[in-house]
Design a protein around this ligand. Structure first.
Ligand code: PGA
Length: 261
């Protein structure tokens, strides 16, 4: 796991966009795993800028999102379909049908979860999976206690996650309690992972994830087993790290051929 600490979330978001842009430049038909939440928004804005001003093309890129609410129409502004459309998809040159999210309105949820896993495989697997992390260590919507080898399936959100995600719904009671999420086993098959975390609310989860024991109690800790996981932090999210100086030294001494900036 490579931990990179930037002075603030803006600089971290810019570096995250450079990392994704490099994947897309190296492989025009890259398969990107995408995430929602507030954390990746500055990264998405920078990808849109790179597309508009630098000609970064996504016309052969395929995307798979981590998760979606159950029973929420894709046109609802709180749905992850709508969030992705608003902040990213409508601004890029992605082909129709190239973007995928779990179908939270499927009549047969287990069947649609299996179909989602099959489509990821049929696309050749995910080249880079973008991730956030919950204050409780959840990865995608794999809440603490999730199987470390889980696949795409239905999950029930914890009270903490319901509260954290309540803004677009106005009222806590209106947040859907069930979601479909890629599993931890699904995420671990991505060829690389890029996790972003900002703010003091994430500091303890980041310490547990990177420096604690691998445990279903902190689902993010499964990334300790990933061969290529980059964790991009602002100073606040890095504030509880015990080996912070070492991570800073590693980044400062990276050979040029490994650098993005
Ligand atoms: P956030 O959510 O980006 O809104 O903090 C991240 C997550 O819950 O995984």
């Amino acid at each position: 796991m490579e931990l990179i600490v930037k002075p603030d979330r803006v600089k971290a978001g810019l570096l995250g966009a450079k990392i994704i842009a490099q994947v897309v430049r190296e492989r025009a038909d890259a398969v990107l795993g995408l995430a929602t939440g507030s954390t990746p928004l500055s990264l998405y804005a920078e990808l849109v800028r790179m597309h508009c001003e630098e000609g970064l093309s996504f016309k052969n890129v395929v995307t798979f999102n981590l998760d979606e609410y159950v029973g929420l129409d894709p046109s609802h502004p709180g749905s992850f379909h709508a969030v992705m459309e608003k902040h990213l998809f409508q601004h890029l040159d992605l082909r129709p049908g190239a973007t995928h999210l779990p179908d939270g309105c499927a009549a047969d949820i287990p069947g649609s979860c299996e179909a989602y896993e099959r489509s990821i495989k049929a696309a050749g697997g995910i080249d880079l999976q973008l991730l956030g992390i919950g204050g409780d260590g959840h990865l995608a919507f794999n809440e603490p206690g999730s199987s470390l080898s889980s696949r795409t399936r239905i999950k029930t959100l914890t009270g903490e996650t319901l509260r954290a995600n309540s803004a677009p719904f106005g009222d806590l009671d209106k947040v859907p309690k069930h979601v479909i999420t890629m599993g931890l086993g699904t995420i671990m098959e991505a060829r690389s992972c890029l996790l972003l975390a900002f703010g003091t609310d994430k500091a303890e989860a980041i310490h547990e994830m990177a420096e604690g024991a691998v445990s279903a109690s902190c689902p993010g800790s499964i990334l300790q087993f990933h061969q290529k996981a980059i964790v991009l932090l602002d100073e606040e999210a890095a504030s509880r790290l015990q080996r912070k100086q070492y991570y800073l030294d590693v980044y400062a001494g990276k050979p040029e051929w490994q650098c993005w900036e």
